[in-house]
Design a protein around this ligand. Sequence first.
Ligand code: DOR
Ligand code: ZN
Ligand code: ZN
Length: 428
Amino acid sequence: MSLLIKGGRLIDPATKRDGQFDVLVKDGKVCRVDSQIEPQEGDQVLDASGCYVVPGLIDLHVHLREPGFEYKETIKTGAMAAARGGYTSICPMPNTKPVIDSSEMVRWLKDKAENEAVVNIWPVGAVTKGQMGKELADIKAMAEAGAVAISEDGKSVMDTKLYKEGMIQAKEAGITVLAHCEDKTLVGRGALNAGPVAQRLGVEGIGNDVEDIIAARDIILAKSTGCRLHLCHCSTKDSVAMVKAARADGIDVTAEVCPHHFILTQDDIPGDDANYKMNPPLRSREDRDALVEGLSQGIMEAISTDHAPHSAEEKSRGIAKAPFGIVGSETVLSLTMTYLVHTGKLTPYEMVERMSWRPAQIIGIDRGSLAEGKVADITLIRPDEEYVIHGADFVSKGKNTPFEGFKVRGKVYKTIVGGKVVFTDDQM
Ligand code: DOR
Ligand code: ZN
Ligand code: ZN
C-alpha cells in the first residue's frame, strides 16, 4: 500500500524543509520526498493543496485517566481526541489509579495502547511509588519497559534528597524528568492565581512563588545531577527568565507552555466557572505576555496541552470545589495557529518545531521528522479554515474547556499514524 501526498506545503524542521514537496509513503514509512512525484499505479493520491504537511504532532503532556478514572477518559477516547487534534504521539502522565509506577504497569499501558489507541503512546512513569513522595519507583526497570520519562505530575516531589536521587537514576537510565513545579507547603487551598480575581470570588490564591521556588530548585538539581529536565506547563514570567538563564549556563533544561497560559489571563475568568480552573492557574497579563515572548524567542521550546478531562458533574461544583484541569487535545492546533501563527508571534516552521520536532528530542524518540526512511506519522493542516470551538463536538469524554465559542483559524485536516489515516475532518 502506498500513499502519495501531493501538492502541500511541507514543513519539516528535522530536514530544514519548508516548501512545496510531495511525500510518498510506503509500508508505513516515508519513502520519498521530492518537489514532484508522479503517481504510480496502485498509489492512493491524497490532494494536500492548500495544506501544511508536517511531522505528526507530539504532546508531551496528557492525562488519559485509565486505569481508575475511566468515566473521565480512557486510553481509547484520549487517543481519539489526540488524533482529532493532529497528534500522532502522546505522553500520558502516571497519575492514574493505580499509579504507573512499575515496569509491570508500564508494560500494561503499552499493551493496552497497542490494542486500543489510534496514536502512539509513550508512557511516563512516576518518580515515587504511588506518587506518595516517600520511596522511589523502580526507575531503571520502568525505562527498560519503555517509559520515556518520569514525572510526579499533579504535584512535586517535596523531599529534595529523594528527588535528587530520582534525577540521578533517570540520568543513568537515559530518560527525561518532566517536572510539575508546585510547592505543596505554600499552595494551601489555593484555587486561582493570587490576586483580585481570587479575592473577588472568595477563594484562596496561588502565588507565582509556588511555581518559581520549585522551578528554581529543579534547575539547580538538573545542574548538580546533569539530568535532562523538562519543566511542565510553565505559567510565570520568572519561569521563563530562569529557563533562559539556565540554558545560558549550559544546563540541560527545556520547558513547555500550554495554550490556556499563552492565551488567557485571570482577567478572562467570567465568574465562578470551573472551566477556568487548572493547575497552575491562569496568571496575570504580564506573565502571559512573557510566555508568548518566551515561545517566540525559542526559550520555551514546546507547546503541550496538559489535556486533563473531568466529568461535567465534577466541573459543575464551582471553582473552590471542582478538580483542577481542562481538556486541550482537540483545540491546541487551532488556538496556536490563531493566537501565535496568524498574529506573527511564531512562523509556521517554528510552530512545527514547538509541537513536533523539539518534543521528539526532549524525550528522545525517533519521531518528529519526515526524512526518508522515518515512520510516516504525518499531520495535514488547513491553515486558513475558520470554525467555532464547541465542547459538544469533542470526541474526548471531557468537555471542560474555557474556549467554548472561540472563533479560530487553522484546523487539522488529517492525522496519519504509521502511514494509516486515523482521523479525517469531514466537517467541511
Ligand atoms: O490542571 C491540572 N490537572 N494540573 C495538574 O497538574 C493535574 C491535572 C489533572 O490530573 O487533572
Ligand atoms: Zn501538572
Ligand atoms: Zn498534567
